[in-house]
Design a protein around this ligand. Structure first.
Ligand code: TXA
Ligand code: MG
Length: 315
């Protein structure tokens, strides 16, 4: 299949209407979209990515009126979070409407929903007129794409269309919050921080990794976000003794900095998060063998950042 690249949301929407897949920018990472009501199109997502079929997809909506067509109930706590954080990098897990095909949610009776704030994502969703299910637009196991070129690298020839935009702003995926229990539970840390959620709903908590009563975010059990290079968490950048073909990403310079073939120093945690996945891909292109990532405090966006770094390091 020849993959069309375009800047036109209207053209991209035609591919969706024809049951094809379109990769598109959001404020977090690029997504790979299909019409939520088209089972055959959704099947193509799992095929194109090599994604395990027990990993549910997130529904993307243009406005709140689309929420009723895909959910069966909106708990009061979800209403509060919607009011505060939609549109934005927050996914809420809610009871699913029966018209949504089972394949979209991997058979679960809940559905993750988010309203992206990115203008191009909004234009695409409005042009489609239906919600789109969309996982990150990478091959399964690879770092999520933050540029359209990264999408092309992974999925060229496997999808119909790439809707182009700039490098994504947040650089990490959305926060996934389960709203079906007695209190909101963060299943995946992401672009909206735990502190921000707790400012609106104080009883919001992190789902424990080993909590079997929590409905898991099935995707978090898979190997994720991995470059080909081996990733290490560096607690003290100044003490690293790198081998050949090593790279460093962080905030404080390692010493001596010349010992690294490639370094990226970020001014703060937001810039570090924004750059991480792209840095991983650039390291792979440069033949880097080991990547040292500076450990940061697990507060604010640092929680999501350290989650992605640890996964990449297989910790
Ligand atoms: O920022 C994002 O969320 C991006 C952009 C494209 O929107 N999407 C994304 O999708 O990261 P994906 O498929 O790569 O990750 C979705 C995560 C997985 O961990 C999945 O298991 C979880 O959300 N998830 C989806 N639906 C769920 C549900 N009903 N219950 C629990 N977890 C769910
Ligand atoms: Mg993903």
């Amino acid at each position: 299949m020849k993959t069309k690249t375009t800047q036109s949301p209207t053209l991209a929407a035609r591919y969706i209407a024809n049951g094809e897949l379109v990769a598109f920018p959001t404020e977090t990472v690029y997504g790979l979209g299909a019409n939520i009501f088209n089972e055959d199109a959704i099947k193509k997502i799992f095929e194109a990515k090599g994604r395990p079929s027990d990993n549910p997809l997130i529904a993307h909506i243009a406005d709140l009126s689309q929420l009723n067509s895909i959910t069966s109930e909106i708990p009061p706590v979800a209403k509060k979070l919607i009011e505060e954080f939609f549109p934005g990098p927050l996914t809420l897990v809610l009871p699913k409407h029966k018209t949504v095909p089972a394949i979209a949610t991997a058979g679960l009776n809940t559905i993750g929903v988010r309203m992206p704030s990115h203008p191009i994502a909004q234009q695409l969703l409005r042009a489609c007129g239906v919600p789109l299910v969309a996982p990150s637009a990478n091959l399964s196991g690879r770092p999520s794409p933050t540029t359209w070129q990264a999408v092309r690298e992974d999925l060229s020839g496997r999808i119909a269309c790439i809707l182009q935009g700039n490098q994504t702003k947040v650089g990490l995926e959305s926060t996934v919050v389960d709203c079906t229990g007695d209190k909101p539970r963060v299943l995946r840390a992401g672009g909206v921080t735990l502190e921000q959620l707790q400012a609106v709903v104080p009883e919001t908590e992190l789902a424990a990794h080993d909590d079997s009563s929590a409905p898991k975010s099935p995707g978090t059990k898979y190997r994720h976000y991995s470059p080909h290079a081996q990733v290490f968490v560096a607690n003290f950048p100044q003490h690293i003794v790198p081998g050949n073909e090593a790279a460093f990403i962080g905030i404080d310079p390692p010493s001596p900095v010349e010992a690294f073939q490639k370094t990226l120093l970020c001014k703060d945690i937001a810039e570090y998060a924004h750059s991480l996945f792209q840095f991983f891909r650039e390291c792979d292109d440069a033949g880097i063998k080991t990547i040292y990532c500076q450990a940061v405090s697990e507060s604010g966006l640092g929680l999501a950042l350290m989650d992605r770094i640890r996964r990449a390091a297989h910790e």
